[in-house]
Each structure stands twice: as structure tokens, then as C-alpha cells.
Design a binder for this molecule. Structure first.
Ligand code: BGC
Length: 373
């Protein structure tokens, strides 16, 4: 890999900030990607990580605006949340399409397109990011109290339901990285004054149950598995350690998981999983960012810097970052069909920029305005 100097790394971080700012709607929503038609929506998952990066960078107003967008979405669906909980308690089998969606239009309406809408992780991630933002910047969360309580109610009721994963696949499974996001969100807010006592108890019970389920069904050969009861690996498992801390980042389970990923899926860029056929199954920049963040977190600073450099090498001359790159495809035969269907790989992808920015801040490539983990 060619050497990349620190000035280039820094200017890419500043460009990442600009890309994120430039693609935030007045409503606060972040477009997943402005140029890729099916990504011209805002996802709870992508958005929460993007807002987290902006919060770390000191872009308080941008993060606030996103969290307010989430707040309004959840508040507008209070009736739906209560009805879902009542149906669940009455023993109703709720179809996936009836749950809260994972992505919305920037104006906060449900997208009419067919999509894999039932994904729980983003709701955990927004609570996690909101709490971290409030602690970092001293934000008063009073206006979020209803939306936080509704989200806790929803997650505490439904955390054990199978749903689509980070990659919007495998709806019949319970995904370890989804559970880690829910765990992190519930754990972050359970003790906050905005959450009424009985809900705080449900949140604490759910986090204990999630941790126990992952311990007993989400570990194989000492490392985490993609879903409960399985044996496969997935790049998103990094997040179970960093940043979600479902497992101790320095502990044996995290070490074994990262070692297995390094052996099978991570070589600079990180593949999502071995059978990935989306655009040929290339290497994802945002996962390279998560891995670097994890390395930084456990003190592997040279490895962390290599991850940042790997991402930087895959920027366009203008500094834009794609979702994935195709120098090393797991299933090259599937690339043409995706290109014919949806055009070239999404670029810029705001989530890629967010993970680059987060890692650059962790490494002090750009001044860390507020030190927080
Ligand atoms: C990814 C999701 C992501 C979405 C928007 C999908 O291809 O699998 O994780 O949320 O794109 O970026």
C-alpha cells in the first residue's frame, strides 16, 4: 500500500465532515448516499453512527438535528408502538412489515418502496449515540423523554424477535450485532432520569437477557457468531466489542473474534461475510473503519493507522468514499447483475465518511475537540 501522509489523511477527514454536512436535510436527516437512488433515505443505523461521528467532531448542531429527526419519527408512531406491544402481549404473530421501519424519507414518512424494513439495531444505536452525545456536550435530554421511553418500550418488548440484520438480510435469525446495538442502547439510557422506573426495570432485564443469550448461543470456538445458534462470522461483530461493549474489547471473546475476522474476512478492507454476493462481495470501508476504531481502542495504534490509510487509499481524488471497493471480490460473477440493477456502487456513502472521521479523531489526525469514548 502506498504511504499516505498525514496532511492527506487530515484533509480527507475535513472533506468527510463537509460531505456529511452537505447531505444533511433541513429536517436533520442524513441521506445514506445522495447519488444512489435506493439510498436517498435516512436510516436509523447509518444516521446514528453519522451523528455520533459529528458529535465527536464537535458538530453539536448537526447531531442535535439528527436526534430531533429521530425523536419526531418515534413520537409520531407512539400509537403504532403501543399497538404492537399490545398485540405481542395478546400472543398475536406480528408480520415483519408491521414493525417500525429502518429507514424513512428525509421528511420522516415511511418509504412506499418495498424494503427489508424490520431492523431493530438502529433503534438501539440511536439511544446509544444520543446518550453519548448528551454526556459529551451536556445536552439536556428532557425533550427526548417521550421518544426515549417509547424506544425503550419497543426494544424491551421485541429484542428477542428475529429481524433483518445490519445488511438487511436473514429475517428469520437473531443477529448478534443487532443484539449488541439493542443492549448498548438500553444499557445507556436505563439509568437516566428521562426513563420512568418500571421501564428502567424492563430495560435492565432485557440487557441481562441479551447478554445471557449471546453468552450461551452466540459463541462458537470462543468467538462470536453472526447469529444465535450459528457458527458463521460477520464483519459487523466488531461492533459487539467496539463501540458497543457487549463483550470486553480487551477480553478473550473479542480477541478470538477479531483474530477469526483477520484470518477470514479482514485484510485492510473488511468483507461483510463469506457468502456476500452484493456487488460481488467487496471490501467495505465502514467496516475497515470499525476495525481501526477497535484497534485504537485496544492500543493497537499502528494497526489502527493502517486501517485509516487503507480507507484513504480508496478515496476518489476529490476525497469521496464509496460503500465498498472491488479490488478483492469474493463473488466477482455477481457484480454485473447489481451494476445493471442499481448502477455503480454507492459513493459517497455518508456512513463510510462517518467511520473514517471517527477513526481519524481517535488517532488524533484531526484535533479531538472533546475526548470521549
Ligand atoms: C447496507 C445497510 C445500510 C444501507 C444504507 C445497505 O446496503 O446493507 O447496512 O444501512 O445500505 O447505507
Amino acid at each position: 500500500m502506498p504511504e499516505i501522509d498525514t496532511d492527506r489523511l487530515r484533509s480527507l477527514a475535513i472533506h468527510s465532515l463537509a460531505v456529511i454536512r452537505g447531505n444533511q436535510a433541513p429536517s436533520g436527516a442524513y441521506l445514506a448516499s445522495p447519488t444512489f437512488p435506493v439510498y436517498r433515505y435516512s436510516w436509523f443505523r447509518d444516521g446514528a453512527f453519522i451523528a455520533d461521528a459529528m458529535s465527536r467532531a464537535g458538530e453539536v448542531g448537526s447531531a442535535d438535528a439528527f436526534f430531533d429527526w429521530c425523536r419526531r419519527i418515534v413520537e409520531d408512531r407512539a400509537g403504532q408502538v403501543h399497538a404492537l406491544v399490545a398485540r405481542h402481549r395478546a400472543g398475536d404473530r406480528i408480520p415483519a412489515r408491521d414493525f417500525l421501519h429502518t429507514r424513512y424519507t428525509v421528511d420522516g414518512t415511511d418509504s412506499p418502496e418495498e424494503w427489508w424494513t424490520f431492523q431493530l439495531d438502529g433503534y438501539g444505536t440511536w439511544l446509544w449515540a444520543l446518550d453519548a452525545h448528551a454526556r459529551r456536550h451536556g445536552t439536556d435530554l428532557a425533550r427526548y423523554a417521550d421518544a426515549m421511553a417509547l424506544t425503550v418500550e419497543y426494544l424491551a418488548e421485541f429484542w428477542s424477535e428475529p429481524c433483518y440484520d445490519w445488511w438487511e438480510e436473514h429475517v428469520t435469525e437473531r443477529h448478534t450485532s443487532t443484539l449488541a446495538a439493542i443492549h448498548a442502547g438500553l444499557h445507556a439510557v436505563a439509568g437516566r432520569i428521562e426513563i420512568p422506573g418500571p421501564l428502567a426495570v424492563s430495560a435492565a432485564e432485557a440487557t441481562d437477557a441479551i447478554a445471557a443469550a449471546v453468552r450461551s448461543q452466540g459463541v462458537h470456538d470462543g468467538r462470536l457468531t453472526k447469529w444465535l445458534g450459528g457458527t458463521d462470522l460477520d464483519g459487523s461483530l466488531i461492533a459487539c466489542a467496539t463501540p458497543f461493549r457487549l463483550v470486553d474489547p480487551a477480553g478473550t471473546t473479542a480477541r478470538a473474534t477479531v483474530a477469526a475476522l483477520e484470518a477470514e474476512l479482514a485484510h485492510g478492507g473488511v468483507h461483510r461475510y463469506a457468502d456476500d454476493v452484493y456487488y460481488g462481495g467487496g471490501e467495505w470501508l465502514l467496516l475497515a473503519g470499525f476495525l481501526g476504531w477497535h484497534y485504537a481502542n485496544v492500543g493497537r495504534l499502528d494497526d489502527a493507522r493502517s486501517q485509516l490509510e487503507w480507507i484513504a487509499t480508496h478515496a476518489t481524488v476529490d476525497g469521496d468514499l464509496p460503500e465498498q471497493v472491488s479490488d478483492h471480490l469474493l463473488h466477482p460473477e455477481t457484480l454485473p447483475e447489481w451494476t445493471a440493477r442499481w448502477g455503480p456502487v454507492a459513493r459517497p456513502l455518508l456512513w463510510s465518511h462517518a467511520m473514517y472521521l471517527t477513526l481519524a479523531l481517535e488517532l488524533g489526525i484531526v484535533p479531538l475537540e472533546v475526548v470521549s469514548r
